[in-house]
Structure formats: C-alpha cells, structure tokens
Ligand binder design. Structure first.
Ligand code: ADP
Length: 425
C-alpha cells in the first residue's frame, strides 16, 4: 500500500470536500475522513483530508483537534501538510486561523508558510493583500453579516496579524505574475525579514498554479482550496504521482429519496432557497425562536417531509435574511441560535434517513454540514465530480451508503439545489 503524499486538515466539512474535489480534479486519489480516524487503515490514497469542525470552536480546542489530525497524518506517512480554511477567511478576532497555523507550524518545525484563501473561479481574489468577493471587498460582501464569523476587514495581513504573535507579510501580484521562481525569491526575502506568514495575492487560476509550483517542498501550506490546484503537478514532477485518469471521480449509483437541508444564511444560499420556492417545490421553514421552545417544530417538519417525499424531494431550511438572523440572535444569543438550528437540521436528516428511505442529502452551510454529517455518523467520503466549483457529490460511508452534497454557504449558482438533484449519483 502506497503512503499518502499530502495530508490535509480542513476546519469545516464543506471546506474538506471543496479541497478534496480540487485534488481529485488534479488527478489525485483522495480519501476524506470525518474527524481524526481511530485506526490507521486507509485505502490507497494520494491525499487524505481530515475534515474537522473547528472554525468556530474555542481556539484551544481547535488547536488540540488540529494537532491530533496532524499527528495522524504524519504517522500515515504524508510529506506535505495543508491547513484548509474558507476562501472568505472566516474567523473571529480570537482565531482560529492564526492559533491553528501557529500550532501546526511549531509541531512541524516550520518557520514560514503562506496564507492564501484565493479561489478566483468562485470570485475570491486577493490583490495587495485585500480579499475581494466578486466585485467588492470582503468587508462589503454578504460576509459582513455572517451569523458566526462576520468579516469586517478585507485586509488579510491585518486580519491574520490580529490572530498571531508571529510577523505577517505579503507577496503582491507583481511578484506572483512573474512566476514560480520570482515567488520563491520573495518567500526567501520575507523569511530573511522574520516574516512567518505571507498573504499571497492571486487573481487567476494561472496565479494559483504558479504559487502551487513555488510551494514544492514546503512542509506546511495554509489556504483555501484554490492553492491546491498547483500541488499535484509538483508530486508528478517528483515522480511520486501517476498521470491523471478520468475514473478518479466516478461514483456508484445510490437508490433512495432526496432532501435538501439549508442552514446557511449567505446571500448565495438565500437566493438558492428563493429559487427553489419560486419553482413551487415543497419547502419548510424552521424558526430558531420556535426551536427554542422544544422539539415540536422538528416533529412537524419530519411529518410534513415524510408525506411530501412520497411524490417529490423537499427543502427544509433555517436560512434567513440578516434582520431575521439578528432578531433571533438578540433573543437567544449567537451561539444558541446557531446550535439550535444545526441540531434541528441534523436531527431531521437522521430521522428521515432512518425512517423515510432518504439516501441523497444536499446540505447548504459549512457548520450545518458538519452537524448533519456527524448525526448521520458518516465516517468517510468518496469524492465525485463537481456540481458547481468547489461542491462535488460524495458517497458517505455510514450504516447505509449515502449520497451527500455539502455546499459551503456562498457557493453554487441560483439553481444549485435542483441542479444537484438532477446529477445525483
Ligand atoms: P455558511 O457556510 O454560510 O457559513 P454555516 O452553516 O457554516 O453556513 O453557518 C450558518 C450558521 O447560521 C449555522 O450555525 C446555522 O445554524 C445558523 N443559522 C441558520 N439559520 C439561522 C437563523 N434563522 N437565525 C440564526 N442563525 C441561523
């Protein structure tokens, strides 16, 4: 059995599948596991992605879980390590990007690593250290209203600097566009100036591929999935990875009913929920204030879905506009409003899989996906072809095989839910 080359630690579940999807597209065989596995038996894989749910937990907890994951990946024989976070740099002033990067760097004895969340295919570009979402700065995008990690500063050097004692610098597009060699030279210059983390500009896939090339031999990489685009070629050049094959993304068929669960309140997801309703498909809205009173609404949703599923797939959602989210958070607190909704959607998923022959589940929202996948006791995911950039169908290994599409809130076109169901395995 060959050893995996790349070991990845993702701070949420949709981030994990997004990264895995990029690596599969680059021709790597990828296994994604949910949480740190208990044993060391993984099938032949070129990369292993350990998906955690550490984006919004206490920093100390995120550090501990990430170090456990690193330990497992090192024992599995990986030679390069990737800390994957969101392409919108989702974090709070306390972390967790800085503290986790610090811990991983120190465990690996690394004095320099890049921080590059760029994902141009999905509109995330970095210019002079500032992150853009589409045509606007991160701080002017829908991310300013995120229920858990509102992002009010687009300057990533400043954002990361507030989360670490180590010095943060930047590699600007002028250097990136001159290619891998120029990027390597800039890395060296920054390292000489005691910079530990470099925010690296990228506005195109070509930039990301050059950055990827410049990362050959780096023990630790931190970033979004985009920067992983250039990594398979490094392993191929070193003779460690064979030529890409088209069968890497083929999934077996899954028979059963389909549901869509949405806990994301992002602009993109809210538009996807509206598009679903506009096409007169069945939809059930959950209100956190009702959920706080007891499990009545959950039972009601399950009963409604069980009936509807006789004839069509259903959507159950908590997704709401910023005013509604703020109202719920004022009454319940941010943490409680979020966890009530995550718990409800997770419980509904479990009940419908156990009792209503549901086998295909689309989930919108990173934290939400984490909660659903945990409730379904999914141990590992096999990654298929992308539905939209960054969102593949996957097959989950659980008590029964489940087809899962885990969508990061901001990803996907307006008709994403229908499109996903159309191309479900
Ligand atoms: P995204 O991928 O868009 O970041 P997440 O699932 O990670 O989505 O985060 C969204 C958070 O918002 C979750 O914790 C979810 O439970 C919470 N949430 C969903 N609906 C509501 C609501 N109506 N009011 C308050 N919080 C909500």
């Amino acid at each position: 059995m060959s050893k995996p080359l790349l070991g990845c630690i993702a701070d949420d579940f949709t981030g994990g599948t997004d990264l895995a999807s990029t690596l599969v597209r680059g021709g790597m065989r990828v296994v994604q596991v949910i949480g740190v596995p208990r044993d060391l038996n993984i099938a032949d894989a070129d990369a292993v992605v350990i998906a955690l749910k550490t984006r919004t937990v206490e920093a100390a907890q995120a550090v501990k879980e990430s170090l456990d994951a690193l330990d497992w990946l090192e024992k599995a024989g990986c030679e390069q390590f990737f800390f994957k976070y969101c392409s919108t740099f989702d974090s709070t002033p306390e972390g967790n990007i800085g503290p986790v990067a610090d811990a991983l760097a120190s465990a690996l004895g690394v004095d320099f690593a890049i921080a590059c969340p760029a994902f141009p295919e999905n509109g995330r570009t970095i210019y002079k250290g500032y992150l853009y979402v589409g045509d606007v700065l991160l701080s002017e995008s829908g991310m300013r209203n995120h229920p858990l990690t509102p992002m009010s500063d687009a300057n990533l050097v400043r954002v990361l600097q507030s989360q670490t004692q180590a010095k943060v610098g930047a590699v600007h597009l002028g250097d990136v566009s001159r290619g891998a060699e120029a990027i390597v030279a800039k890395f060296e210059q920054l390292r000489q100036g005691d910079v530990k983390y470099a925010i690296v500009d990228a506005v195109s896939d070509a930039d990301l591929c050059q950055i990827g090339r410049a990362l050959m031999g780096h023990r630790l990489i931190t970033g979004g999935s985009g920067v992983a685009m250039g990594l398979p070629a490094n392993f191929r050049d070193a003779g460690k990875l064979s030529a890409p094959t088209s069968s890497a993304a083929k999934l077996p068929r899954v028979e059963g009913r389909s549901i869509v669960l949405s806990g994301s309140c992002s602009l993109a997801t809210n538009a996807q929920v509206e598009a679903w309703k506009a096409s007169s498909r069945p939809a059930f809205k959950l209100d956190p204030l009702e959920l706080a009173k007891g499990d009545e609404t959950i039972l009601e949703a399950v009963e409604w879905a069980t009936q509807q599923l006789e004839s069509a797939p259903v959507l159950i959602y908590g997704s709401a506009n910023p005013d509604e989210v703020k109202r719920a958070q004022r009454e319940l607190g941010v943490e409680k409003a979020g966890s009530l909704m995550e718990r409800a959607l997770a419980q509904i998923a479990k009940t419908l899989v156990d009792g209503a022959e549901v086998r295909k589940v689309v989930v919108a929202g990173g934290e939400t996906s984490g909660a659903v996948v945990k409730a379904l006791d999914v141990k590992a995911l096999r990654i298929g072809a992308p539905i939209d950039p960054g969102v593949p169908w996957t097959i989950g290994t659980a008590a029964v095989p489940l087809a899962l599409a885990l969508k990061s809130g901001n990803f996907g076109t307006e008709d994403f839910f229908e499109k996903a169901l159309r191309c479900a395995p």
